[in-house]
Design a protein around this ligand. Structure first.
Ligand SMILES: Cc1cc2nc3c(=O)[nH]c(=O)nc-3n(C[C@H](O)[C@H](O)[C@H](O)COP(=O)(O)O)c2cc1C
Length: 176
């Protein structure tokens, strides 16, 4: 069934049309209508909306494959990295293999350092090479002006220079 037909199915189901009525309207067997309805427990599924600039899995794969190194930016939530970031990482393996990875972390008082430390463990399993230095922003919400620029960039800039030096200094082999 096409996506448009599935949308129409849910549009008809929501206000109370029966399976028979939907089947007749769409010209599809009742069994296929039933299967789709039960796939989400009869609840209208939420409309999936991707944020502007968010890459698809395929785009992430092909982009990552062409990269020589990664910089992961992470906040810290309850002493750890966000689950959604881990989920994104879990979709990939070959793309990370043997490549250097650096971390930029931010949060409240701790600058996201615990999230970055946890990501080191994850990167080890991916056979990626975690860079020692981290760019860490503590009290991150107070470090940026309205235009999104750092109010006092000296420290983070120096840390970023060091991170980039280390990233480019690590040999890149294979992985693509
Ligand atoms: C549920 C929750 C848990 C948090 N846990 C921590 C924490 O463990 N350590 C810390 O330094 N900051 C913590 N913070 C502060 C966040 O790291 C900070 O608000 C950060 O800006 C969140 O990133 P985001 O705005 O990109 O989501 C927490 C914030 C929330 C809402």
């Amino acid at each position: 069934m096409s996506d448009a037909q599935k949308r129409e199915l849910w549009d008809r189901w929501k206000p109370g049309e029966s399976i028979n009525e939907i089947s007749r309207a769409l010209g599809r067997p009742r069994g296929s209508i039933f299967t789709i309805l039960t796939s989400n427990g009869g609840y209208v599924p939420p409309v999936q909306q991707r944020q502007v600039g968010q890459l698809t899995l395929h785009e992430r794969e092909s982009t990552s494959r062409g990269l020589d190194a990664f910089v992961v930016v992470t906040p810290e939530y309850n002493h750890g990295f966000p689950a959604v970031l881990k989920n994104r990482i879990d979709w990939h393996y070959a793309e990370w293999r043997t490549k250097p990875v650096g971390f930029v972390s931010y949060s409240g008082v701790c600058g996201g350092l615990r999230a970055a430390e946890q990501l080191r463990q994850v990167s080890r399993e991916l056979h990626a090479v975690a860079i020692r230095d981290v760019v860490s922003l503590h009290n991150a919400s107070q470090q940026f002006d309205e235009a999104g620029a750092l109010t006092d960039p000296a420290g983070p800039s120096a840390a970023a220079e060091s991170l980039l030096d280390q990233l480019s200094g690590v040999g890149v082999s294979g992985g693509r």
